[in-house]
Structure formats: structure tokens, C-alpha cells
Design a binder for this molecule. Structure first.
Ligand SMILES: *Cc1c(COP(=O)(O)O)cnc(C)c1O
Length: 388
């Protein structure tokens, strides 16, 4: 039989990291010792007290059954308590918080909760690919907001045409930002909230990197802007903060109607995160923060190593105040893809072409700082030998 898959699959570009992974395996097969600075997946282990909490919870048969759809009450309280301590933002755990199976899941499903066919979704370009996937899977129309260096990689809200703003239902923002590593101040988030309230747009803020910060920088929550409670939802993940990408746990907080709508979608699509993982996540959110500080110090050291080396090599980049990425402009004569390809084939180093995050990323590549300093130094040596 001729199998026909849904036409929506045809609307997606190949998932960036799946494609990079295939290329990497191809080169590895040739015996090359590949250094991966591609995907942003922490190499540092999940802190021991969190792993211990999982082990204890895995011994309790009460955790073997279907979890609560929205997450354990105690998990949601741990999340909102953490928000109060971290951002001085008070949220009701019962109505304004929902567990997600990693924030990628929540981000994708949130579009189902708010986007109708024909609605415009305002998406940062370059940006995390899932904002676009969620949009097109639900019949939405993407309007890309370019993130330009001259604007500090913040979207220019004034440049959004009135007609687009009128038809827009949802805006995605993500600061600290992947892939540009840019940060936003509360003032910018306040401008975005004002813009969204004026135009009846739901504001979704992806806060996956709030805790990976340096040089005294403290990333704000959108809910530090009081009016955000009227129009916004924020997605938080334990993946980056506690090196828990494989555990699949995060949460969404914010406007009660928005959190409730996400919860209704999820009730019909999944059955919540494994309760033992929620127990471990409670231990993470309520436990000591030493590991977070320690890991940030390690990333900072790697950041300085990489930024110094890239600047020496003539790849222009900023020294980021947050995230474990360095976003660098490609040298003259290269595109994002041609530099990525040459670096992989001739140096055995995987980096991510900026163009894989959208047209606005063309001319840039992203380096992940998720390997040891020794491996980073080795990568730098190999890059030097290329004489870019
Ligand atoms: C890593 C990442 C996420 C989500 O990670 P999960 O593991 O699904 O929680 C979300 N947004 C951005 C921008 C990311 O880089």
C-alpha cells in the first residue's frame, strides 16, 4: 500500500539536531575522534542528592501508577515556592502551575491550547525550533521577528506591522536566549507585556536558561512585570539548571486560563511525568544550590576559554552573561553551513549552523560549552589549524 503521512509533516524542516547527529555518526564511522559542540546537552552530572531522591522514590510502589495530570501538588508547590524565592513572584500552585514532561513538550502542546488555524504566531528568528513546529502543527502562520545584533538580539516590537499584530495570537520570547546567548532586562519584558496586552496577544516566555548565568547577572522572570499575569505563561525546565535533560521534567506557570488550557491539552495527550522523577525534581528545587553555582563557574571558565580563542581566530562574538552557548559570526567567505561543514569534515568538531535556527541565524554559528575544558582546548587547536 502507498502510505500517505499527514501533510503537516511536510511543513517542517528536518529537525536540526537529528540531521547533525547523522552527519556526526558518518564522520565517526571513519574513525575520527569527533568533538561535539553541537547540541546543548550538559556533560556535568545531575547532582547526587537529586539522583538519591529518584532512587528512593523508585522503591515506592505508590509511584508506579499513573501520575496526576498536572503534576503532584507537592511538585507544583515546590515550583511556585522556588519562584517566590528566586524572583519574588507569588503564584498559586493549584491554579497557576502545571508540570510538563520537559519544557519542549509543554512548548509544543501550548500551541495546541491557544492557536487556531490562520492565527499568526510571532516567533524569534533565530529561535528554538519547537516554537515553529507547534505553530505549523496547529495550522498557525509564523511571523518571524528577526533578532539582530544591533538590537542586542532582542526583537524590534515597533517593527511588527499593525496588521500582523492584529492577527497574532501568540508571541514567543526566550531570554536568556538560545541560540544567541543574549539576555533581556526586565524593561524589555515590560515592553513586550505592554505590546501583547495592547494587541490581545498571549505572551509565552521560555526561561530554560535562567540559572545558567555569570558575572553577577540575574535573569528576570516575565512575572516580575505585574501585568504579565493577565497575558503570559512561562516555561521552566530543570534540564539545564540541574543537568537533567534526560529526565524530562519542567513546569509552566502563569495566567490561570493559559495554564489551565495547557493542562486540558495535556490531559488528553499524556499522563504527566513519572512521579519518581517529580520527587527528584522536588529535591532539586528545594535542595542546596551549591551545584548550580559550581556548574556555572565551570561553564564560565569554558566560556572565557572559547570566547578568547574565537576572538583570536577572528570570529567575532560577545562574551555571554548567560547560557552555555557562544554565538559567533562566521569569517568572510563562509556561510553558516559552509563553515559548519568544513569544521566538521576537516577538524572533526561539531558546531551548529546559525541558519538551522532560522534565516535570521545565517552568518552565525553556535558553539555549545558542554564538553570539558581539555576537549574545548583540543577543539580550539584543531580550529586554529584550519586557518579560517
Ligand atoms: C533546552 C531547551 C528547552 C527545553 O528543554 P527540556 O529538556 O525539554 O525541558 C527549551 N527551550 C530552549 C530554548 C532550550 O534550549
Amino acid at each position: 500500500m502507498q502510505i500517505k503521512t499527514a501533510s503537516r509533516l511536510g511543513l517542517l524542516p528536518p529537525y536540526l539536531f537529528a540531521e547533525l547527529d547523522r552527519l556526526k555518526k558518518e564522520i565517526q564511522k571513519k574513525g575520527v575522534d569527533v568533538i561535539s559542540l553541537g547540541i546543548g546537552d550538559p556533560d556535568l552530572p545531575t547532582p547526587a542528592h537529586i539522583v538519591e531522591a529518584l532512587k528512593r522514590a523508585a522503591d515506592d510502589p505508590a509511584n508506579y501508577r499513573y501520575p496526576d495530570y498536572q503534576g503532584l501538588d507537592r511538585f507544583r508547590s515546590a515550583a511556585t515556592d522556588w519562584y517566590r524565592r528566586r524572583f519574588d513572584v507569588k503564584l498559586d500552585p493549584a491554579r497557576e502551575a502545571c508540570a510538563v514532561i520537559g519544557s519542549k513538550e509543554g512548548i509544543a502542546n501550548f500551541a495546541t491550547a491557544v492557536v487556531d488555524p490562520g492565527d499568526i504566531v510571532l516567533i524569534p528568528d533565530p529561535g528554538y525550533p519547537v516554537y515553529f513546529s507547534g505553530c505549523v502543527f496547529n495550522g498557525g502562520e509564523a511571523y518571524f521577528m528577526p533578532l539582530r545584533k544591533e538590537n542586542g538580539f532582542l526583537p524590534d516590537l515597533e517593527a511588527i506591522p499593525a496588521e500582523v499584530a492584529r492577527r497574532a495570537r501568540l508571541m514567543w520570547l526566550n531570554y536568556p536566549n538560545n541560540p544567541t546567548a543574549a539576555t533581556a532586562e526586565t524593561g524589555f519584558l515590560a515592553d513586550a507585556v505592554r505590546f501583547c496586552l495592547k494587541n490581545n496577544i498571549v505572551l509565552a516566555h521560555d526561561l530554560a536558561y535562567s540559572e545558567i548565568a555569570y558575572d553577577g547577572y540575574r535573569a528576570p522572570s516575565v512575572f516580575e512585570v505585574p501585568e504579565a499575569r493577565e497575558c503570559a505563561i512561562e516555561f521552566h525546565s530543570l534540564s539545564k539548571t540541574y543537568s537533567m535533560t534526560g529526565w524530562r521534567i519542567g513546569f509552566a506557570v502563569g495566567n490561570e486560563t493559559l495554564v489551565g488550557a495547557l493542562g486540558r491539552v495535556k490531559t488528553n495527550m499524556d499522563s504527566g511525568p513519572f512521579q519518581a522523577v517529580q520527587e527528584a525534581a522536588i529535591a532539586a528545587l528545594e535542595g542546596p544550590e551549591d551545584s548550580v553555582r559550581e556548574y556555572c563557574a565551570i561553564y564560565k571558565q569554558r566560556r572565557d576559554l572559547m570566547v578568547d580563542a574565537l576572538q583570536e581566530l577572528g570570529l567575532s562574538c560577545e562574551r555571554p552573561r548567560a547560557t552555555f552557548y557562544v554565538w559567533a559570526a562566521v569569517p568572510k567567505g563562509y556561510s553558516s553551513a559552509s563553515l559548519t561543514e568544513r569544521v566538521l569534515k576537516e577538524a572533526g568538531v561539531v558546531i551548529t549552523p546559525g541558519s538551522g535556527f532560522g534565516k535570521g541565524g545565517e552568518g552565525y554559528v553556535r558553539f555549545s560549552l558542554t564538553v570539558s575544558s581539555e576537549r574545548l582546548k583540543e577543539a580550539v587547536q584543531r580550529l586554529k589549524a584550519l586557518r579560517l
